[in-house]
Design a protein around this ligand. Structure first.
Ligand SMILES: NC(=O)c1ccc[n+]([C@@H]2O[C@H](COP(=O)([O-])OP(=O)(O)OC[C@H]3O[C@@H](n4cnc5c(N)ncnc54)[C@H](OP(=O)(O)O)[C@@H]3O)[C@@H](O)[C@H]2O)c1
Length: 280
């Protein structure tokens, strides 16, 4: 049975839906079922569930700006929680989701899995520390770094832009961070292919192509026929609390080399999401 943490979150809910559609045995849990920051509870959970054969670890503290003022909770969930979980999984496949934010790059080339990490924010440092814990504790690990995830949860960037478009004439959106929007449904399908493949290692997985947040906002608003003015602003003038890398382009070489299919272009992913959103 595959254990999925963060089952109530964007990615975790799509991983569970994918496994269900594939008729594969899984158990999706959230903080109510198991608080990952409680070491004794994590150990007791694994003692009670000896049929767990693999883990897809989607749970995380993901409030990037809030984390700057909440180092303790962010570190507890992303570093300690991951460590407690990984400690119980030394011999079973363990898939950890990480982030483009572990890089601190200003360049414009796609980042390889082997490029040096340079996490800048509290959140980014916690995600990178989580990677190191998994690599140290699990023999059969996958680390999958992704970026700019959107899914059915209504707090994602696309949903936020559409909500703001209904109440504002003008939106200011950052134009100097370049990355790839990633649809959680597409990523979930890849993770479910990967988890029992035995092709352990570090991967980058996002929808194909790259854009800025500004370009993404323009694309969404045009697709939805909203006539709102979008102003491009720099990261500096936008002034978010947490620093973010300018270059979030991730190379997919490791996916290619291991025979995994790349995800569809980000525009197709956004179109699919917008279409499904209409039926929610
Ligand atoms: N979102 C992005 O843009 C992005 C980009 C790159 C990488 N990632 C990574 O992708 C993964 C999935 O992200 P997501 O967007 O699906 O996040 P999400 O929607 O915020 O889901 C995270 C889940 O983790 C749960 N959780 C938090 N603290 C927990 C605890 N102590 N014990 C057990 N569960 C806990 C949350 O429960 P509550 O809701 O009840 O707190 C939530 O269900 C994460 O590892 C994230 O770091 C995300």
């Amino acid at each position: 049975m595959i254990l999925v943490t963060g089952a109530g979150g964007q990615l975790g809910s799509d991983v569970c839906a994918t496994l269900k559609a594939q008729n594969r045995p899984y158990l999706g849990i959230d903080v109510d079922a198991l608080d990952l920051t409680d070491e004794a509870a994590v150990q007791a959970f694994f003692a009670d569930h000896i049929d767990i054969t693999a883990v897809i670890h989607c749970a995380a503290y993901t409030a990037v700006d809030k984390a700057q003022d909440d180092f303790e909770t962010c570190t507890k969930v992303n570093v300690l929680g991951t460590t407690y979980l990984a400690s119980c999984c030394s011999d079973i496949p363990f898939l950890y989701i990480s982030s483009d934010y572990i890089f601190g790059s200003d360049g414009n080339l796609p980042l390889e899995t082997t490029d040096p990490a340079a996490p800048q924010s509290v959140y980014a440092k916690s995600k990178y520390a989580g990677e190191l814990a998994v690599e140290a504790l699990c023999r059969k690990f996958y680390v999958v770094r992704t970026s700019w995830v959107f899914g059915e949860k209504d707090t994602n960037f696309i949903a936020t832009i559409l909500r703001l478009a209904d109440t504002h004439d003008t939106l200011r959106v950052v134009c100097d961070q370049i990355g790839a929007p990633t649809y959680s449904r597409h990523l979930a399908a890849l993770l479910c292919d990967m988890i029992e493949s035995g092709k352990y290692g570090v991967y980058h997985a996002t929808n194909e192509g790259a854009c800025s947040w500004f370009e993404l906002a323009q694309y969404i608003l045009k697709a939805e026929g909203k006539s709102v003015t979008v102003l491009p602003v720099t990261t500096e003038s936008y002034g978010a609390k947490a620093p973010r890398p300018h270059n979030s382009r991730l190379s997919k070489k490791s996916l290619d080399e291991n025979g995994f299919s790349r995800l569809p272009p980000w525009q197709d992913a956004v179109n699919e999401y917008l279409e499904r959103r209409k039926n929610l």
